[in-house]
Design a protein around this ligand. Structure first.
Ligand code: BJW
Ligand code: ZN
Length: 246
């Protein structure tokens, strides 16, 4: 690890030793080492010639629900067979060090919970939830693969959609409020494996910084904290986060 990164780790460790509230904003990069594809960049491979960011839209779903459901079914299978990696485990371990650790995740994969984190805000929803467009029924469904794609609503037989947040849709109010409160109330704000391309999640680092938090970014390349990070720790989060929380 380069000297600058080593110094950034030491600085972050010093902050951790006095912190009482830590918040971590995580993105697809934290699950990359678990084999879950990211959305953007070289690691984000196309799926059957489709750009993932183009599929995660209400327009794509309205145009071709079967296509979008096949993509989600494929991802559900992938995630069901994936395991949390050492980066998820390090954030879970942090709870033994710091009184309050809130994980604000943009990921829908549920891997933070499987790693043992207990205070998780699923900012963009969950791939394991469904919502009926006809009767409003919401429930968890962990079957992977789904027996039928698109799946029918178990309550009314109507049309289901994945319980996630697509472009142009609001962040669920409770998640948005809890994330803003965590960003405002923490002394240390970790930004892990996100491109910072998607709002309003991308604005949370600024909220934290303006409320007095120290902001530290973990990523392959700097930028996910939108210029708000005081420290940057380069590299695979599955290697760097465990060095912060051994
Ligand atoms: C590693 C690594 C390793 C890799 N270790 N690092 C300005 C203000 C507010 C909103 C907007 C705005 N401008 C535009 C908007 C609208 C829009 C938006 O942000 N668009 C941008 C593209 C410009 N935002 C929205 O529409 C949001 N809603 C909204 O604004 O509502 C307003 C409203 C109010 C009232 C009524 C109605 C509307 C909703 C956004 C929803 C995003 N949804 C998705 C899909 C979720 C479901 C699913 O998973 O299928 O969320 S899109 C996708 O992007 C997904 C992700 O959570 C999200 C962020 O991606 P992430 O996690 O950052 O991943 P990548 O792939 O981009 O980056 C990976 C990073 O990891 C890279 O940096 C790598 O370097 C790094 N990395 N390997 C460490 N091993
Ligand atoms: Zn229904």
């Amino acid at each position: 690890m380069p000297e600058a990164a080593r110094a950034a780790l030491a600085g972050t460790r010093a902050r951790l030793s006095t912190a009482t509230r830590v918040a971590a904003l995580t993105g697809a990069g934290i699950s990359a080492a678990s084999g879950v594809p990211t959305f953007r960049g070289t690691a984000g491979a196309l799926w059957e010639d489709h750009d993932p960011a183009q599929l995660a839209t209400p327009e794509a779903f309205a145009r071709d629900p079967a296509l979008v459901w096949r993509w989600y079914d494929w991802r559900r299978g992938l995630i069901a067979n994936a395991a949390p990696n050492p980066a998820h485990a390090a954030l879970a371990r942090l709870e033994a060090w710091v009184r309050s650790v809130t994980v604000i995740t943009q990921n829908v994969d549920g891997l933070h919970a499987r790693a043992g984190s207990t205070d998780i805000i699923e900012y963009h929803g969950s791939i394991w939830r469904t919502r009926c467009l006809d009767c409003g029924d919401e429930r968890e469904d962990r079957r992977a693969p789904l027996p039928q794609v698109p799946p029918p609503c178990a309550a009314c037989g109507g049309r289901l959609r994945p319980g996630v947040v697509w472009f142009g849709e609001p962040i669920p109010a409770a998640a948005a409020a809890a994330a803003a409160a965590a960003a405002r109330g923490c002394g240390l704000f970790l930004v892990v494996g996100t491109s910072g391309a998607v709002w309003p999640a991308a604005g949370l680092a600024r909220v934290a910084r303006e409320s007095g938090a120290h902001v530290v970014e973990f990523n392959l390349e700097r930028g996910g904290a939108g210029g708000q990070s005081q420290l940057f720790i380069p590299g695979d989060a599955a290697l760097t986060l465990p060095q912060l929380v051994p």
